[in-house]
Design a protein around this ligand. Structure first.
Ligand code: PMP
Length: 365
């Protein structure tokens, strides 16, 4: 039956009507997945073993987050009340913004960056102050500092940043935190493992630093939906009020000990990706493709006006990549996730063929 809409149909809040939309272009991903910065292989076999042995009655119970929060905190060198587990970092962002942003407040962020910051900010009464990075896509540090006002309530920095792969230094992050004591400095370390530098050791020492980590990337658990949010006890207490008590499901929680235990698998995967990143960057340089130096499990390339066609050609060759042209200042740019060396060899072959096809078409004109 078709939907009936009348003048009296329930209308959503004005805020929701004004919200930015985000549709992840998932659909039919039965190919080499270099489009969402996921782990391109698998999670630890130890985690799969836990999942295979989940007790029959386990799902009848509500999930209990606290014991696993204590475990995550211990692994991160923090106290249990400095940590909450969330349904991925996306929920962490949502909860953080709902907790702190109100009318008159500003979210300060460099762009291009992770799209969900502006999406969740647009659901609040606060406004977003976006500072465009220069062509090198490095953190526009001086300009961010210049944009801090008494209204700045959250500064959101993905480190490493997506889609650029560029990073903020520890000194820059400390300075941002110091210059805006009335604001939360939110450092999103979703891609931490591929970079190796963190500020999570400063949680609690800085009164306004909040750090996020995810199990969706290096650990290979994007489908399980689990992330960590860490900050001073006082701030975490407010965020616990906003967070649903059961937002992290039992399966994610039951896997966590095995996730932390299997460091060998994590190290192997991260080292594999870092080696593949170096090789793939060399292949891009050899192909004469402009790229931005990346510390994540992805790299951003300059393809130019034919970016959509490039993405189509790659897909036809069995390799999914992500068009980032609609990101601010990213026209003509495409992001490619880094997988294993073997996968990236396949990607390099597809890339060279796609580029040859595009160049051939240009010459025929
Ligand atoms: N932060 C950044 C910078 C990301 O790129 C992503 C993944 N797209 C996320 C957070 C979301 O991670 P999660 O799967 O934990 O929600």
């Amino acid at each position: 039956m078709p939907d009936v809409v009348t003048a009296l149909s329930p209308a959503p809040r004005a805020r929701v009507q004004a919200m930015k939309e985000y549709y992840p272009p998932l659909g039919s991903r039965d190919a080499l997945r270099l489009d969402f910065n996921e782990n391109t292989l698998d999670c630890s076999p130890k985690v799969r073993e836990v999942l295979a042995n989940v007790a029959a009655g386990a799902l009848t119970r509500y999930p209990e987050r606290e014991p696993m929060e204590a475990l995550a905190a211990a692994r991160l060198g923090l106290a249990a009340d400095q940590v909450v587990l969330t349904n991925g970092v996306d929920e962490a962002i949502h909860v953080l913004f709902e907790t702190f942003l109100e009318a008159g407040d500003e979210l300060l962020l460099p762009v291009p960056t992770y799209a969900m910051y502006e999406v969740y900010a647009s659901a609040t009464e606060a406004s977003a102050v976006a500072v465009q990075a220069a062509d090198d896509l490095r953190l526009p540090f001086e300009r961010l500092i210049a944009e801090i006002t008494p209204r700045t309530k959250i500064i959101a920095i993905a480190n490493p940043n997506s889609p650029s792969g560029t990073v903020a230094t520890r000194a820059q992050l400390l300075e941002l935190a110091r210059r805006a004591p009335q604001a939360v400095l939110f450092v999103d370390e979703a891609y931490f493992h591929f970079h190796g530098e963190t500020v999570i050791d400063l949680v609690g020492a800085l009164p306004n630093l909040v750090v996020a980590r995810t199990f969706s990337k290096a650990y290979g658990l994007a489908g399980l939906r689990i992330g960590v949010l860490a900050g001073p006890v006082e701030l975490m207490r407010w965020m616990r009020r906003v967070l649903s008590p059961y937002s992290v499901n039992s399966l994610a929680l039951v896997c966590l000990p095995a996730v932390f235990e299997d460091e060998a698998y994590l190290d192997w995967y991260v080292n594999e990706v870092i080696a593949a990143r170096t090789e793939f960057e060399a292949a891009l340089d050899a192909a004469g493709v402009r790229r931005w130096p990346s510390r994540g499990n992805f790299v951003l390339l300059e393809i130019g006006a034919r970016h959509a066609e490039f993405v189509r050609l790659m897909r036809a060759a069995g390799v999914l990549v992500r068009d980032r042209s609609s990101d601010p200042g990213c026209d003509g740019r495409v992001r490619i996730t880094i997988g294993t060396r073997e996968q990236m060899k396949q990607a390099a072959v597809a890339l060279n063929q796609a580029l040859a096809a595009l160049r051939g078409q240009k010459e025929m004109r």
